[in-house]
Design a protein around this ligand. Structure first.
Ligand SMILES: O=P(O)(O)OC[C@H]1O[C@](O)(CO)[C@@H](O)[C@@H]1O
Length: 409
């Protein structure tokens, strides 16, 4: 298949293997359990048998992407789970789960707990300090870094990795002290480069300056993503933010368009996101675009061929921010790259001369990794006691990479 990297889940040292053997059955079983408990009418045997799917064609649920999935599956020749690329198998899993209307955990309520982040943002507006232009720029950069890092670590707590999460757990993982402590865990940090392209466009007096965010999870993370979008507009680093949610439930609890409505009604005063003059409902400064491309079975290397309109559209934007682990896997084609290999190469069609600027905000929760400084993998292995072949430290969401490529340069 186009740009397959042939990383399947049959390597016992990979997280792909652990996922296929241990995590997927748990996720599916929990999904079945949810369906069973919520419908009551389902017969247990029938429900359990649904959990034993192998890769069979996805039933036609009237959606436009079924044909592409099934065509690709047919071309792979009725494969077993361990014999297809991990990425395809996992995308297929969630797409199939959508047919079954598996229930997703309702995590939106978490968002309401994080108003203090908005308060923090408002406080920054009033902080006295910078006197010279240079100090002002430095202060702006610090704020941009802080906002982006909050956004990055918002992705660390993955409900597909951690179950029974309490508010206290999340505070510990995502609170501001935790974020400061975690700065050393960002192994590559290109935020200054991303800041530079945004301020350059601003200095050039460009009227339309768009930033796109390819979203990841709902709940806390989406709340933080909206704050980032609002901050970029409020501080004139962008004039428009385009947000890309998924069109089907995906990787447990990725953002769906309906999540926005639910989140906004969960907040007492949604205008606080953007300040009174830039309300969230201002569709001129922020809007949603959802496309099947984000939930297709392949990598983003397929973008120019598979979704040429989207590809062209992304060239019109100053910066495309990709949130989270799966987006990173898709950017890098989920290949077994050398960890010190260049990010610009690993993102293939979105790399040099693509016309697209990519910023990946990724907490590491899978095998693929690129762009590490020489010796960093070894150092982190030592630090975390990873003695075996597997790079287990990169599976936990405790380490991160922030990587940028300027495809317009
Ligand atoms: O929500 P995120 O950050 O994209 O995480 C999804 C990732 O979680 C996993 O399901 C487990 O780490 C990966 O297979 C997948 O890439």
């Amino acid at each position: 298949m186009m740009y397959d990297t042939f990383t399947a889940s049959d390597d016992p040292t990979s997280f792909a293997h652990t996922s296929a053997r241990e995590r997927w059955p748990t996720i599916i079983t929990q999904g079945i359990d949810d369906v069973h408990r919520s419908t009551h009418s389902a017969k247990e045997d029938e429900t359990i048998s649904e959990g034993k799917w192998i890769l069979t064609p996805i039933p036609d649920d009237g959606e436009s992407d079924v044909e592409a999935y099934n065509k690709e599956l047919a071309a792979r020749g009725s494969p077993k789970w361990h014999h297809v690329p991990w990425m395809y198998a996992e995308c297929y899993l969630y797409r199939y789960a959508f047919v079954m209307h598996s229930s997703r955990p309702a995590v939106l309520e978490l968002a309401a707990r994080y108003r203090d982040i908005v308060t923090e943002l408002e406080a920054k507006h009033t902080v006295k300090g910078p006197e010279t232009q240079q100090q002002l720029e430095e202060a702006d950069k610090v704020l941009f870094t802080e906002m982006s890092e909050i956004c990055l670590w918002g992705n660390a707590t993955d409900l597909s990795l951690l179950t029974n999460l309490s508010y206290e757990d999340i505070q510990k993982l995502q609170g501001s002290q935790a974020r400061k402590d975690s700065e050393n865990n960002i192994l590559v940090n290109d935020l200054d480069k991303a800041f530079r392209v945004l301020t350059t466009a601003q200095e050039q007096g460009k009227k339309e300056r768009r930033v796109d965010i390819v979203l990841d999870n709902a709940g806390f993370e989406m709340f933080i993503d909206l704050i980032l979008a609002g901050y970029l507009i409020a501080f004139s680093l962008a004039t428009t933010a385009v947000l890309h949610p998924k069109s089907i439930p995906w990787f447990v609890y990725d953002v769906l368009p309906a999540d926005f409505v639910a989140l906004l009604s969960a907040l007492a005063a949604p205008d606080h996101f953007y300040g009174d003059d830039k309300p969230l409902s201002d569709t001129e400064s922020s809007n949603l675009q959802f496309l099947d491309f984000w939930t297709a079975g392949g990598s983003y290397w397929r973008l120019p061929k598979q979704e040429p309109d989207l590809c062209e559209d992304l060239k019109d934007t100053e910066l495309v921010i990709f949130k989270g682990d799966l987006n990173y896997r898709k950017l890098t084609a989920d290949a077994a790259w050398t960890p010190t290999g260049p990010f610009v190469k690993a993102i293939g069609q979105m790399g040099p001369k693509s016309g697209i600027r990519v910023l990946a905000l990724r907490t590491c929760k899978a095998d693929v990794l690129v762009g590490l400084p020489e010796g960093e993998d070894e150092r982190t292995r030592k630090l975390t006691g990873d003695e075996g072949e597997a790079r287990k430290w990169a599976w936990s969401g405790k380490w991160a990479v922030v990587q940028f490529t300027d495809g317009k340069a």
